[in-house]
Write a protein that binds this ligand. Structure first.
Ligand code: TRP
Ligand code: SF4
Length: 400
């Protein structure tokens, strides 16, 4: 019913590093070969946690788009845009808020987690509570079928699916819906069809909630129903109809958790990153001064790569031969740590070279980036308006 469309967003909260590249951006670059892709800068989402530092937003936005382009996102294949430049996201957010139970938002795990993690900020705001719903609007407005996200975001996609389902149940109407629903009922087999009808009548005519629950349980057991029929039968129970908004799937990025200079996960808050376009001298210096297995104090001390953050980088950057050389050389004290680090330095610099070159193009001519983003915003707005006119229709707001 809906063709594949990938959508993902990133908050512009600081410059991107190699962890973002290996965890997210490389995936985006691969996906743009296969799917229609929309990638956007979630600037409103950044404000939910950084509302007190608006001055950093703009520079971060342009830097981030340059990072994307540097990493190989191709504006001829993917649509790049900025959330706030497509104000329809906000309109859908407010419309969806009408049907969003407060408890659903309060129960999203990131709500309490982030409040605890960012305890120095006051996140008891309306905007922060609504974060997952804004994300739902981002996704549903493009009828995205796949959303590449990290594991922590999976509950937000699940939440989005529930919102879409609720919206469709309340507002969905489709031509010939009754007939289609009735023929879906028949597919249940005569015994179950009869039960379904009885339960539906009990719910619709007598408001019997238990009957509704039993009917839903009945549908849940039906493995063989296709998605369309399933949606219809759920909708038909409560009197609703078709899918106006489509339920997205989370696409788990098989993220290589990139380790940082100190062996912990690479993250700005640990101050252990190499940024995507860091200059060469700084990259070399950072790697040369990285800690190693603490047991190797002198060159003649034997070491254990498993206790060394440099080894984690070899796992990302080196081939089998080099890794073997590290294993043997480290355990026998045959190589020094600086010898060991050199192939990593070379590999990181080689990886970054084309990125630096691509970025230079955009740094030299900022209008290029502005134009790419303007085109992207325009395309995105067109797609968003199509969904919005159906949503407005369904909610009684078309005034034609
Ligand atoms: N919440 C996402 C994150 O923190 C960013 C985001 C906002 C997003 N809207 C989105 C991701 C829509 C995917 C789809 O990483
Ligand atoms: Fe780490 Fe390599 Fe030194 Fe071994 S030789 S401790 S793996 S840097």
């Amino acid at each position: 019913m809906f063709t594949d469309r990938v959508l993902s967003g990133m908050r512009p909260t600081g410059s991107l590093h190699l962890g973002h590249y290996h965890g997210v951006l490389k995936n985006w670059v691969e996906m743009q070969q296969e799917y229609e892709c929309l990638f956007f800068v979630a600037d409103w989402h950044a404000l939910t946690t950084h509302y007190d530092t608006p001055q950093i937003i703009e520079q971060n936005v342009w830097d981030m788009v340059i990072d994307w382009l540097a990493a190989g996102i191709d504006p001829a294949r993917a649509t790049l845009f900025i959330q706030s430049r497509v104000p329809e996201h906000a309109e859908l957010h407010v419309l969806l808020s009408m049907i969003t139970p407060l408890g659903w938002l309060e129960r999203v795990p990131t709500y309490k987690d982030q409040q605890e993690k960012l305890a120095d900020k006051d996140l008891s705001t309306y905007g922060f509570l609504g974060y997952p719903l804004l994300q739902s609007a981002d996704i549903l407005i493009y009828r995205a079928t796949q959303v590449p996200v990290g594991e922590d975001q999976v509950p937000h996609i699940e939440f989005t699916r529930n919102i879409a389902r609720r919206f469709n149940h309340i507002y969905g109407r489709e031509m010939g819906f009754e007939e289609k629903a009735e023929s879906a009922v028949k597919k249940l087999g005569s015994k179950k069809s009869k039960l379904y009808h009885e339960l539906r009548t009990r719910y619709q005519e007598h408001g019997d909630d238990e009957a509704l629950q039993s009917a839903k349980a009945l549908l849940e057991e039906q493995q063989s129903l296709n998605l369309g029929d399933r949606e219809r039968l759920y909708g038909y129970l409560e009197g609703g109809g078709k899918m106006i908004l489509s339920e997205p799937q989370a696409m788990l990025t098989h993220a290589s958790k990139m380790h940082g200079l100190d062996g912990q996960k690479m993250s700005k808050s640990y101050n252990n990153t190499i940024s995507l376009r860091e200059d060469e001298a700084s990259v070399s210096k950072k790697i040369r001064t990285m800690p190693t297995d603490p047991a190797r104090i002198k060159r003649t001390d034997k070491g254990d790569p498993d206790k060394c953050p440099v080894w984690q980088l070899h796992r990302v950057y080196s081939n089998d031969d080099t890794r073997q050389w590290v294993q043997n050389g480290c355990r026998s004290a045959g190589i020094g740590c600086l010898d060991c680090k050199q192939p990593v330095i070379n590999a990181v610099l080689a990886e970054q070279k084309p990125m630096r070159e691509r970025a230079q193009l955009y740094l030299d001519d900022p209008a290029l980036v502005r134009n790419i983003v303007s085109d992207g915003c325009e395309k995105a707005r067109k797609l968003a308006s199509e969904t919005m006119s159906e949503v407005r229709d369904a909610m009684g707001l078309s005034y034609s």
